[in-house]
Write a new protein. Structure first.
Length: 476
């Protein structure tokens, strides 16, 4: 299998799985009686100011009026003004009569804002242990548990929140949505896409012109002809399915199947379909997801099996901060070829992708790929390295564009039939555009343009091809 395609698919699946599985916080419940009882009525007691509103109070006023400071800090927590909470908290702690519960709650809010869900969970639990009837605090504890990947504990806490007989209806609706979100984590997920293919060079021919041999020997015809590009029509497709089973907090067992390929109805001997099934352990937290997935697979070419493979895949996605996420993947697999035993060997690939999200509407990716493919025939054995980059942007009117490209260099390890070691430079690029609100039955059409060029030191392996097509995608 083309290593470039394998790595690109692995990075796509890894990044999208992580994005899908990360919990999404819903809007805060909008109910006065609920938000005004986050940590207890004793926090709400404050002296009236001298006809001054919050906007008229200076920091010096707050320092000199502990009760007013408590009131403003409490309001900042309630309205999620975390920067203000961080500013006021040190001054509030200086007050020897400060409310310890309010301080703990403020620290938990700050921890959540900084992405430290583990610390926030510990702080919320500290409050709950002392005040088990504080339903609003339990609600935020459940939120933090969900963010940290503790589905079992989060579901338990949300159910305790629902058990509160005085729970406002508006809050119950939000809790139900969270429980629905948790339930979806354990359901099958499917990604499907299909597109039409009109490939003018399906056999990747160099399209070399005829040549006249210098020394014919006993041959009468000294003209050498080479295979020319063949045109084929068909469709490409991808079908990926997966299901995660929660076995313990932060730990899941995943079953997945990845299938993709190209089917040609007028050149069926070039039909190329790859299928694989994998299962393994996944560990997930707010900032990281790690998986270890053994797999088996098969590649069909025409009507026969081209290769079988068995191996193991390691994936890790790590949120560095609000802007950067690092995706890493290692794949080791043994390939066997029923009709081409000389190609049997072990494939190893390592890829790293850095995602930089410059704004909610724009991201950039930078990737490095390395690997090797061993074979019984050393002239078919190669090592490779590559770089790639991408850019995605959401524009006005719900328009999204994606542009990606890269270079991969492949170095074969022994001389082949032509007496030299083959070296390939692969250049590839892709552009896609779609409208987010253009959907029919949940199917999103996108216009795609692709280009690929294989530049080899052996002219028989040099070719290029370009395609423009509509790709239809559906996730469910």
């Amino acid at each position: 299998m083309n290593k470039k395609i394998t790595l690109a698919l692995a990075c796509f699946i890894t990044s999208n799985l992580y994005a899908e599985n990360r919990a999404e916080l819903l809007p805060e419940p909008q109910h006065k009686d609920f938000t005004n009882n986050l940590v207890g009525e004793n926090i709400r007691k404050s002296a009236k100011t001298e006809n001054k509103t919050v906007t008229e109070v200076s920091l010096e006023d707050l320092k000199n009026n502990p009760q007013l400071l408590e009131r403003v800090l409490d309001k900042a927590i309630e309205t999620n003004q975390i920067k203000l909470v961080e500013l006021l908290l040190p001054f509030y702690i200086e007050n020897p009569n400060h409310d310890k519960t309010l301080v703990t709650y403020a620290k938990a809010k700050i921890a959540i804002n900084q992405g430290d869900t583990k610390k926030a969970i510990e702080l919320y639990q500290e409050i709950i242990n002392k005040n088990p009837d504080l339903t609003p605090t339990r609600f935020y504890l459940a939120q933090a548990l969900l963010l940290d990947g503790n589905l079992i504990s989060a579901r338990e806490e949300f159910n305790k929140v629902k058990a509160d007989k005085n729970l406002p209806k508006e809050v119950e609706v939000v809790v139900d949505k969270y429980l629905e979100q948790i339930a979806k984590q354990n359901k099958w997920k499917f990604d499907v896409n299909a597109y039409y293919i009109d490939d003018k060079n399906v056999n990747n021919s160099a399209n070399l012109p005829p040549e006249t041999a210098e020394n014919c020997g006993f041959l009468q015809d000294c003209t050498i002809t080479y295979p020319q590009g063949e045109r084929a029509h068909g469709f490409g497709f991808g079908l990926n399915a997966r299901k995660d089973f929660a076995i313990a907090d932060k730990n899941y067992w995943r079953i997945a199947s990845n299938n993709y390929g190209k089917y040609y109805w007028d050149k069926h001997n070039y039909t190329d379909i790859t299928t694989s099934i994998s299962t393994g352990l996944v560990h997930r937290s707010a900032k990281q997801e790690t998986s270890v997935m053994p797999y088996v697979g098969r590649r069909m070419y025409g009507d026969s099996t081209y290769s079988k493979n068995v191996g193991i895949n390691f994936n890790n996605a790590r949120v560095i901060n609000n802007n950067f996420t690092l995706f890493s993947a290692v794949d080791i697999g043994r390939q066997s070829h029923p009709d081409r035993k000389y190609l049997d060997g072990v494939d190893t690939s390592i890829s790293n992708t850095l995602l930089y999200r410059s704004s909610p509407k724009q991201y950039f990716t930078f990737g490095l790929d390395f690997g090797q493919s061993t074979a019984r025939d050393k002239s078919e054995e190669y090592k490779y390295g590559g770089i790639r980059t991408g850019w995605g942007r959401n524009w006005q009117r719900e328009i999204t564009t994606n542009l990606s490209g890269g270079i991969l260099k492949r170095y074969y390890q022994a001389e082949n039939f032509f007496g030299t070691k083959r070296q390939d430079d692969v250049y590839y690029g892709k552009f896609s555009i779609h409208k987010n609100n253009w959907q029919v039955f949940g199917i999103t059409p996108q216009l795609v343009a692709r280009y690929q060029k294989n530049d080899s030191n052996q002219k028989f392996y040099t070719y290029d091809k370009s395609q423009v097509y509509f790709d239809f995608l559906k996730n469910f």
